[in-house]
Design a protein around this ligand. Structure first.
Ligand SMILES: [Zn+2]
Length: 166
C-alpha cells in the first residue's frame, strides 16, 4: 500500500506542463509556463495573468535584461510567479516580493503590467519612473551575487534607487 501511494504522489509531481517540478520552493515548485533563452521564467497561477510569449518578453524578460545591464550583474534570469491580487491592486504579499534563498519572485499582475510603461534607457538600463518588478529583480540579482541577505532585505544598496526607482 505504501509503495502505491508513493508512486501516485510521484505521478502527480511529474505531470507539470513544463519546467522541473519540485515539492518546495516556498510551496511554488519550479514549474513555469513561459521562458526566455536567458532563463527568465513565468508561471501564471490560475486566475492571475495569462501572457503571450510576446507580452512575456515585453513585460518581464526585457525589463529583466535592462535591470541586469543597469546593475552590471549578469546571470540567469529568475522564476517569476504571477499571483492573484485583490481589488485594491495589492495582494497579501504587497505588490511583489523575492525569496532571497531560492530567488523566487512573486508579483501581482498589476506590477507586471506596469513594467510596460517603464522601458528605461536602452543604453544604461536606467529608469525614469519606478518599477516594482525591477525592484524585485534587484533583490534577486543581489542575492545571486552573494550580497549579504540582511543588507539586501533592508535595501542597503544604491542599485534599488538607480535601477528600479524605489
Ligand atoms: Zn524590497
Amino acid at each position: 500500500m505504501r509503495s502505491i501511494l508513493a508512486a501516485s504522489a510521484l505521478a502527480v509531481l511529474l505531470t507539470g506542463c513544463s519546467g522541473v517540478e519540485s515539492n518546495d520552493n516556498h510551496g511554488y515548485g519550479y514549474a513555469y509556463d513561459l521562458s526566455s533563452p536567458d532563463g527568465t521564467r513565468l508561471r501564471n497561477l490560475p486566475g492571475s495573468l495569462e501572457l503571450s510569449q510576446a507580452d512575456f518578453e515585453d513585460l518581464i524578460a526585457e525589463p529583466y535584461r535592462a535591470t541586469e545591464t543597469c546593475a552590471q550583474i549578469v546571470t540567469g534570469g529568475p522564476l517569476v510567479v504571477a499571483v492573484i491580487m485583490d481589488e485594491t491592486g495589492y495582494a497579501t504579499i504587497g505588490r511583489g516580493n523575492t525569496f532571497l534563498d531560492t530567488g523566487l519572485i512573486r508579483a501581482t499582475p498589476q506590477s507586471i503590467l506596469d513594467s510596460r510603461y517603464y522601458a528605461g534607457n536602452p543604453a544604461t538600463g536606467r529608469l525614469a519612473g519606478t518599477s516594482t518588478l525591477r525592484h524585485e529583480f534587484i533583490h534577486y540579482l543581489l542575492a545571486i551575487s552573494g550580497f549579504p541577505e540582511d543588507l539586501n532585505a533592508s535595501h542597503q544598496s544604491p542599485l534599488f534607487k538607480e535601477c528600479s526607482g524605489l
